[in-house]
Design a protein. Structure first.
Lengths: 267, 296
């Protein structure tokens, strides 16, 4: 009888081919951001001039400032709301409207972005709220909190309830037991929920475009309006820097979760 | 003994903030789209008439179905809906054909390799969609890398027009949505009971037919979840068809965008949006039921 025999040549081939399909375009983009030539297909020697150009482009810098502000604030709000939603999902098994709650929490994740953007635009207009960085932040917090809730929910579900029960048996009030016992155990979950919300917000073009007002453009909106006219090495440089920020965030997330992950999996 | 299942009444208050937030920021706006779809256009801001008017004694409710009738009768919108569904269906199928061998390949690897490979599949999902689409613009354009390569090799004598065609849209969608397809299929395949395959092999089934008759049918629930996760957002996709597609790929997401920003006929645009959501109700319920089954 054959035990698990490891990957066949076909398995290896499909992994290599699809991974190259995933990574080659990104690799090409990064390589050409260091291209001296203005033409994006002809290699004219190594240069970092486009990074200088991008970093002194006031419009892009302004967009980056708005984007980072919106992403940081909305990710914080989303993580807080996501924690509450995750607690409700994991700890409160039965309450009236649970199905509605589950539906409300899942729907923003599957709804096309255009629909989310349109509906929030219409609401801000109907309520007479001036649109700008604040409304983008509110909109981003809404759709990213659902992703944060999923991440935190799986963390909370993995938690051993007997620890918190022990604290409460020993006379700890429920809120303190949660703060002192459960919360420190899901810190890595917080980090990944916050980072996921942050990157989702940083990436978003469609919802931001619908919920912004005159004057406030995020970085993706600035990039979008530039690439409508074609490929430029300057945008390659900006993209590479964004990829670098995301990669750094992922490394931090992987680094913070590694210890607890090993402890949770036990092998 | 205290158990966490029996929470105090005060802890039920936890429900209020997220419920309220989603109610105000998601449910209310969604209902508002429906309301505006049923109102009439007017000049000014907001550019639609109120549904309810109260003159001190009489409440009048004005539901205007003209927008829906207009959208349903107009051949242009029907064409756009059909194109969106067609592009979404074909690209879902293409994504499946590329994602399945990868998910299967990863699930056949030894354990320590698997989590690393899954991580590699997820990483592009974390990097900007806009940047990933942009990367393909540089490759596919007439003076892009692919054409220079093919010209250099002498395989073609004139650049192929790929950018701004439906082919480019398919490439872009498969590329950006691949992780959504790989992950559910992989998690299904990784959990599979290998003794079933061994039984089939022991009973004389070949490698391929034991895959086709045992592994593949058992992975169908992962396939359905993956297909729904790709199909639903792709029907309303804006960025990929806008940047990579051309005149032959008018998709509904782009139509809604143009209606809102350029035409400013909000009631008609809202009707288009409502019909898009209605189109997605069946795949969304299918996905919800699959996901709730997978969690149990």
């Amino acid at each position: 009888m054959s035990q698990s025999q490891g990957p066949s040549w076909f398995n290896r081939l499909s992994i290599v081919l699809v991974m190259s399909f995933l990574y080659l375009p990104i690799l090409i983009l990064i390589v050409f951001s260091f291209n001296k030539s203005k033409l994006v297909t002809v290699w004219g020697g190594f240069s970092t001039q486009w990074y200088g150009a991008a970093l002194s482009n006031a419009a892009l810098l302004d967009g980056a400032r708005v984007s980072f502000f919106v992403a940081a604030v909305s990710a914080t709000v989303a993580t807080a709301l996501g924690l509450l939603a995750a607690l409700v999902m994991v700890r409160i098994r039965r309450f009236r409207g649970r199905q509605v709650f589950i539906g409300l929490l899942a729907a923003p994740m599957v709804m096309p972005e255009v629909v989310l953007g349109v509906s929030m635009l219409l609401m801000f207009v109907a309520l007479g709220i001036d649109r700008g960085p604040l409304t983008i932040t509110l909109a981003h917090a809404t759709f990213t909190m659902c992703f944060a809730a999923v991440v935190l929910q799986s963390r909370l579900a993995e938690l051993d309830p007997s620890l918190e029960e022990a604290a409460r048996d020993l006379g700890c009030p429920p809120a303190t037991a949660f703060m002192k016992v459960a919360l420190p155990n899901i810190v890595p979950g917080f980090a990944s929920a916050w980072l996921l919300s942050f990157t989702l917000s940083l990436d978003d073009l469609v919802i931001s475009s619908f919920t912004t007002g005159p004057g406030a453009s995020t970085l993706p909106m600035k990039i979008y309006s530039q690439i409508k006219f074609g490929v430029t090495p300057e945008i390659n440089a900006v993209s590479t820097m964004i990829l670098g920020v995301v990669a750094l965030g992922l490394l931090i997330a992987a680094w913070t979760t590694r210890g607890s992950e090993a402890a949770l999996q036990g092998h | 003994m205290v158990t966490l299942k029996t929470m105090g009444q005060s802890q039920r208050l936890l429900i209020i903030p997220p419920f309220l937030w989603l109610g105000v920021m998601f449910l209310l706006p969604t209902l508002l789209v429906l309301a505006i779809a049923l109102s009439s256009t007017r000049v000014g801001m907001p550019p639609y008439e109120p549904l309810f008017t109260w003159d001190g004694a009489m409440l009048s409710i004005n539901l205007n179905f003209e927008n829906f009738q207009f959208v349903l009768r107009d051949g242009l919108y029907a064409h756009v809906y059909l194109t969106s569904l067609k592009v979404a269906a074909i690209s879902t199928l293409l994504t499946l054909m590329i994602a399945y061998p990868l998910a299967y390949g990863i699930s056949c690897c030894k354990r320590p390799w698997r989590s690393g490979l899954v991580f590699l599949v997820i990483v592009p999902f974390w990097s900007s969609l806009l940047i990933r689409v942009y990367a393909w613009m540089a490759i596919l354009s007439n003076d892009g890398l692919l054409n220079s390569l093919l010209l250099g090799l002498g395989l073609i004598d004139r650049p192929l027009q790929i950018l701004n065609t439906q082919t480019a849209v398919y490439i872009g969608i498969v590329y950006t949505y691949l992780p959504f397809m790989v992950l559910p299929i992989y998690s299904n395949l990784a959990d599979r009971d290998r003794s079933l395959i061994e039984a089939a092999r022991d009973l004389g089934c070949g490698r391929f037919s034991s895959f086709w008759r045992v592994t593949f049918p058992l992975s169908l629930s992962g396939i359905v979840a993956g297909c729904a996760l790709v199909f639903i957002p792709v029907v309303g996709e804006f960025v990929v068809p806008d940047l990579l597609g051309g005149a032959d790929t008018q998709m509904i997401g782009r139509t809604i965008w143009v209606e809102f920003f350029n035409n400013r006929d909000w009631p008609v645009a809202a009707s288009v949006t409502v019909l898009l959501v209605l189109l997605l109700v069946i795949p969304i319920t299918l996905l919800q039921s699959r996901l709730s089954k997978m969690r149990v």
